[in-house]
Design a protein around this ligand. Structure first.
Ligand code: AMP
Length: 273
């Protein structure tokens, strides 16, 4: 497996590849969620490239950039075992210059929900994803539904800017008890982990209500709020696949989204109806 730090080295490597190229961008501290994306890429492409880069521009002032988990040795082993051909792990100065041209997230859909609570987060996320897509020029790029709004905005960027990469959505990987895997789960104490579990159980209960015929979003939200045990709820919302907020659940076209703090850890989860 090749390891690259410099953009030009990656471009040279990429230029020589024939056949299809799959790309999986990550911030490292890889877990089974990331591995499922990597496996899908290895299955579906002749070559797979993974990037590991904790992107500073998508963290807001005061967020967890400095303490974000970094496990580069373990990550490289995981990639090698999974059949990855190259890992790109640039330094910040290899990727960013001063007074950069900026990509801006859409004014509405980039500033609701996650974008409302983390204003500017999606600008930074799209900036890095576009750079990485340009560097790797992949046939297919893999993103988790765990970050549903991110996936929506990347798909929108690909459409709006006529990118020639297929954006492939991947299912959310969960622990046996339902907790969505996240690199940030390592921040949770045992007690907090129990509380964190109420995010996924509330989503499951909401799905059950919907299966029983309930469609009213207010009623579903009320039930979810009751079943949560979190430090601070940021939002519960039900949107359609284009991230329009819904008042009535639409079967096969709704996503229930939740974001909440458990102690000092901010968690998100969602379920696709
Ligand atoms: P991150 O390293 O958190 O930036 O995530 C890299 C990619 O892995 C993103 O496309 C995420 O949506 C995806 N991902 C993270 N957690 C999960 C999970 N539990 N299941 C599926 N995909 C995930």
């Amino acid at each position: 497996m090749r390891e690259f730090e410099k953009p030009n080295e990656l471009i040279d490597f990429r230029e020589k590849l024939g056949g299809s190229v799959g790309f999986v961008p990550t911030m490292g501290a890889l877990h089974e969620g990331h591995i499922s994306l990597i496996k899908k890429s290895v299955e579906q492409n002749d070559h797979t490239i993974v990037s590991i880069f904790v992107n500073p521009t998508q963290f807001l002032e005061g967020e967890d950039l400095d303490r974000y988990p970094r496990k580069i040795e373990a990550d490289l082993k995981i990639c090698k075992l999974a059949g990855v051909e190259a890992v790109f792990m640039p330094k910040i100065e290899d990727i960013y210059s001063s007074d950069e041209l900026r990509i801006l997230a859409p004014k509405i859909k980039g500033y609701i929900l996650e974008g409302f609570f983390r204003p500017g987060h999606f600008d930074g996320m799209l900036q890095i994803v576009l750079k990485l897509l340009n560097l790797t020029n992949p046939s297919n790029a893999y993103f988790g539904k765990k970050d549903a709004q991110q996936l929506f905005l990347i798909q929108k960027m690909a459409n709006d800017l006529f990118l020639r990469t297929n954006i492939i959505p991947c299912e959310i990987v969960r622990e046996e008890d339902g907790l969505a895997l996240s690199s940030r789960n390592v921040y949770l104490s045992q007690d907090e982990r129990k509380k964190a579990l109420t995010l996924s159980t509330s989503l499951k209960s909401a799905t059950n209500l919907i299966l029983q015929g309930v469609r009213d979003v207010k009623e579903i939200k009320k039930m979810m709020i009751k079943s949560l045990d979190v430090t601070k709820l940021e939002y519960i919302e039900i949107v359609d696949r284009d991230f329009n907020t819904l008042e009535e659940v639409q079967i096969q076209n709704s996503i229930i989204l939740i974001a909440a703090w458990v102690g000092k850890t901010r968690l998100i989860d969602n379920i696709w109806i």
